[in-house]
Design a binder for this molecule. Structure first.
Ligand code: MLT
Length: 253
């Protein structure tokens, strides 16, 4: 897995969403790396990491990330997962919760896909393999940003999606469609959790994030004004501040 590793201090893993790459965290990596060791990988099939040979699943992404942290000799770490990255955090929580210090779930949901959403993912997977990710870049760029998106941000998101690997996008779509419902897991989470929502998120509405936070014992909810589904790009400083203060107890313990 290709990744960036920056700074010194307690380790923090940043997991990007679909079909993005590690560069979406650039507005958080610099501030966080002043107090933390920040690891930001490109998930298999995204950015500079080749797609899996065979199907992807949230469990397989999670195993790959645990392996990466093993290679870096980091047995315990905090993790922030954005959207699909959050689905992967749920898989990590199912597999090895004792390895996680603190978690941040950014613009993500616990529920599995509806039958209709699964069908739409399969149509998009077949289409991306046939014609590449250009159509997704067009349809997603505006949808993932909040109201009145800055044209420069929309074009940055479009560029990242256009550069995505068709095989990577298709396997991730199929992997997300097959993911389990994580709602029953929420009550049993014992890792301190921050839930971050974008007030203008059209993909995961604030009310859904609020309900998820209410189901996780002791979870804190942060709602970012002026952000849609990608607060990393839309409200980089607010998100960096929220993450830093959330992770800071690890430093001061
Ligand atoms: C993401 O941002 O990772 C995706 O919107 C997640 C999804 O399609 O469910």
């Amino acid at each position: 897995m290709d990744y960036d590793s920056t700074g010194n201090g307690p380790p923090v893993l940043l997991i990007h969403g679909f079909p993005l790459d590690r560069t979406i965290w650039s507005g958080q990596v610099a501030p966080l790396s002043r107090g933390f060791h920040v690891i930001s990988p490109d998930l298999p099939g995204h950015g500079r990491t080749p797609a899996f040979d065979g199907p992807a699943s949230m469990d397989r992404f999670a195993r790959g990330l645990f392996d990466l942290m093993d290679r870096l000799s980091l047995p315990r770490f905090s993790v922030a997962g954005h959207s699909m990255g959050g689905y992967i955090v749920f898989a990590m929580l199912r597999a090895r919760p004792e390895r996680l210090e603190r978690i941040a779930l950014v613009c993500t949901r616990a529920a599995a896909d509806s039958a209709e959403a699964r069908r739409a993912r399969e149509i998009n997977a077949a289409r991306v393999l046939a014609e590449g990710p250009g159509f997704l870049a067009e349809s997603m760029a505006e949808r993932v940003l909040g109201a009145n998106p800055e044209p420069a941000l929309a074009s940055r998101v479009r560029d990242i999606i256009r550069a995505a690997s068709p095989a990577g996008v298709a396997t991730a779509l199929r992997g997300m469609a097959a993911r389990p419902d994580s709602t029953p897991l929420l009550q049993s989470i014992r890792v301190p959790t921050l839930v971050v929502a974008g007030r203008e998120d059209k993909i995961v509405p604030v009310e859904e994030a609020r309900a998820m936070a209410a189901s996780i014992p002791g979870a804190r909810l942060q709602v970012l004004d002026g952000a849609g589904h990608i607060p990393m790009l839309e409200r980089p400083e607010d998100l960096a501040g929220g993450l830093t203060s959330w992770l800071r107890p690890v430093v001061t313990l």
